[in-house]
Design a protein around this ligand. Structure first.
Ligand SMILES: C[S@@+](CC[C@H](N)C(=O)[O-])C[C@H]1O[C@@H](n2cnc3c(N)ncnc32)[C@H](O)[C@@H]1O
Length: 208
C-alpha cells in the first residue's frame, strides 16, 4: 500500500525502483518513458536561447538529457531524493556541459536562491493527496523572482481541456504572458496511474 510521506524528509528514505519503462519511488509511479514527447517539448521551450537552465526534479533524467542535447550555457537541477541525486551525478559525468546538482527540496533551496535563469522546467511529484495534480502550484509565485527578463517557466501541468480556472488565475497573477500548447500523441500505458489522456495542455509563461 503506497503512502505519501508524513513529512517531506521521509521521501528521502523511500525505496527507488527503476526499469527501462518507469521510475518508482516508495511504490509511486513517479516517471514513465511515454512522457518523452512531453519532456522534449518542455526542454525545447526552456532552451529557447541556450542560456542558463534550472530543472526541478531529475527523475529518470529524460528532460535533462533533452536540455543538454538542445544546448545550454549551464544546467542546474534541484533533486530531493539521495538515490536520484547519485544517478544525476553519474549522468553528469558523461555530459559535455556546465552542470550543477543541488540536493534537497526546492522549498528549502529556492527562497534564498541568488541565481537567475533563462528557462525553468518544473516536474516534481505530489507529496500529499492535497497536492495531487497541483504540486507545481506553490512553485509558480517563486519563479518570476529567479527568471531573467524574457525568461520562461514551463512544467508538467496536469491540464486538459477545459484548463482549470484556479490554475489560470494563478498563472496570470504572476506572469503577463502565457502561451498554451496542446502536446498531442501521448501514449500512456493502461497501467499508468497518473495520466490517461493522449494530450496535455502545456503553459509556457514568460517574464516580460
Ligand atoms: C516526475 S520526476 C522528474 C522526471 C524528469 N522530468 C524526467 O524527465 O525524468 C520527479 C522528481 O522530482 C523529485 N522531487 C519530488 N519532489 C521534489 C521537491 N519538492 N524538490 C526537489 N525534487 C523533488 C523526485 O524525487 C523525482 O526524482
Amino acid at each position: 500500500m503506497k503512502k505519501y510521506p508524513k513529512k517531506l524528509d521521509e521521501w528521502k528514505s523511500f525505496e527507488v525502483e527503476q526499469n527501462e519503462n518507469e521510475l518508482l519511488i516508495g511504490g509511486w509511479q513517479v516517471m514513465q518513458t511515454w512522457e518523452l514527447p512531453l519532456m522534449k517539448f518542455l526542454a525545447q521551450q526552456v532552451t529557447w536561447n541556450h542560456g542558463d537552465i534550472l530543472e526541478v526534479g531529475f527523475g529518470m533524467g529524460i528532460s535533462a538529457t533533452e536540455i543538454i542535447k538542445n544546448g545550454c550555457a549551464s544546467y542546474t537541477v534541484i533533486e530531493a531524493h539521495p538515490t536520484i541525486v547519485e544517478r544525476a551525478k553519474k549522468w553528469a559525468k558523461n555530459q559535455d556541459a556546465k552542470i550543477r546538482i543541488l540536493e534537497g527540496f526546492w522549498q528549502d533551496i529556492i527562497p534564498s536562491m541568488k541565481n537567475k535563469f533563462d528557462g525553468i522546467l518544473f516536474d516534481t511529484f505530489p507529496m500529499h493527496s492535497k497536492e495531487k495534480y497541483s504540486n507545481h502550484f506553490p512553485f509558480i509565485p517563486y519563479s518570476p523572482k529567479i527568471l531573467k527578463k524574457n525568461g520562461i517557466l514551463t512544467f508538467f501541468s496536469d491540464e486538459k481541456i477545459p484548463f482549470r480556472n484556479n490554475h489560470l488565475t494563478l498563472l496570470f497573477n504572476h506572469f503577463d504572458e502565457v502561451k498554451f500548447t496542446n502536446v498531442k500523441n501521448l501514449n500512456p500505458p493502461k497501467n499508468c496511474e497518473y495520466w490517461k489522456d493522449s494530450y496535455m495542455i502545456i503553459p509556457v509563461c514568460k517574464k516580460i
